[in-house]
Design a binder for this molecule. Structure first.
Ligand code: ZN
Length: 304
């Protein structure tokens, strides 16, 4: 049996790339349908094939995570591209992306573009955000201004950190996702362009997903998280996705403290003492509220 990773799905075919970078066209075994399993791009699989075009996937190996849009499994890194201005920088939007990535156990990397358009005052504000997020443990990268320097900067990050990893790009429309990628590799024609303009409500045309090799990593060709709802997250677990709060969990008086009205809450103390940023805590409360007000999820028939 051969092993490989699905790097493209198109019209019922799965294209599996093995260790030697050979690509096999395969189909999924019928039994997956009976088990309600759909192979996804990013899945590691075992397959049989005597030639390059008639393989059969026999086994799906365990996934560490999966996204619904794009439909990709086993994502390692989510690069959040946000512009410093035009559209304006929003810590709330950034925190939304961070929570979504954390909840899927995807490592976030924050990349800020368009810094050249900032006033001195705005630039200082951005440096403060960089400090705040770095303190939490996030990489908060400020894009270099000139194209040549930016190219070197991004290539270095890919070389040093992303070898062998599967990467999804995320971000506001207009933040320059495709521009950034084209900076690294002019031959990349990613659909990351401005497709996210229709954030959450675009036409869901059937599109295929493909992983594109870039400097020893693989990039999903469509941006992640077209919807920004916390549909998969429960109120009690939200604190896990704010690392600076999760770190303090054992210091709250009550186990299972959600840092709301509970007495002797270490997180609220930390906010009072400014060791946790007020705006991060405000976003936590906002997201908690959204999750609590979410319409009850559709229950499967026979659930009661
Ligand atoms: Zn607490």
């Amino acid at each position: 049996m051969r092993k490989g990773q699905i790097t493209k799905a198109l019209s019922g075919f799965y294209y599996v790339t093995d260790e030697s970078k050979t690509i096999y066209q395969t189909r999924a075994r019928g039994v997956f349908r009976n088990q309600n399993l759909t192979p996804l791009v990013g899945d590691y699989v075992e397959f049989e094939s005597s030639n390059l075009t008639e393989g059969v996937i026999q086994n799906l190996l365990d996934r560490k995570n999966e996204l619904t849009r794009p439909q990709v499994a086993n994502v390692d890194v989510g690069i959040i591209i946000m512009s410093a201005i035009d559209p304006g920088f929003s810590t709330q939007l950034l925190d939304r992306f961070l929570v979504m990535l954390e909840s899927k156990h995807i490592e976030p990397v924050i990349f800020i573009t368009k810094l050249d358009l900032l006033t001195e005052e705005q630039r200082l504000e951005m440096l403060q955000y960089q400090k705040d997020y770095t303190k939490i443990g996030y990489q908060f990268i400020l894009a270099k201004e000139s194209e040549t320097n930016k190219k070197e900067q991004v290539e270095k990050i890919f070389r040093d950190q992303f070898g062998g990893k599967l990467i999804v790009f995320i971000g506001q429309s207009g933040a320059g996702k495709s521009t950034l990628l084209n900076t690294i590799d002019g031959s990349l024609e990613l659909k990351t362009g401005e497709t996210s303009k229709s954030l959450g409500r675009g036409k869901h045309t059937t599109r295929h997903v493909e992983l594109i090799p870039l400097m020893n990593s693989l990039i999903a060709d469509t941006p992640g998280f077209s919807s920004l709802n916390f549909d998969d997250i429960e109120a009690e677990e939200l604190t896990e996705y704010f690392p600076e709060m999760w770190e303090l969990r054992s210091e709250c008086k009550f186990s299972g403290c959600i840092h709301l009205d509970e007495p002797k809450c270490a997180v609220k103390d930390a906010v009072d003492q400014h060791t946790i940023s007020q705006y991060r805590y405000d976003h936590y409360l906002l997201f908690l509220e959204e999750i609590k007000n979410r319409k009850p999820r559709y229950k499967k028939k026979g659930a009661f």
